[in-house]
Design a binder for this molecule. Sequence first.
Ligand SMILES: [Zn+2]
Length: 80
Amino acid sequence: MRILCYDESACIEWWRLRGIMENNEDKYANLDLNKVYEYVDLPDRISGRCDHCGNARFKTKVGNGQYLRKCTTCGLTKNL
Ligand SMILES: [Zn+2]
């Protein structure tokens, strides 16, 4: 890929953001379906969609100060 840099600081910023995105991709690529994720640790990549399968249907369970959202397709669960 060829990158055009208009000035050096913008270029450094671009690489920094790219690094952050790649780290997040790792996090989303290795999801454990038996674990309950905290939304703050793992925000929706696309709001309202499952990070694992992209499904938009969830079962929710509220109680004990938690709001659990479980994907109906793959079972990925998050505490919102
Ligand atoms: Zn899912």
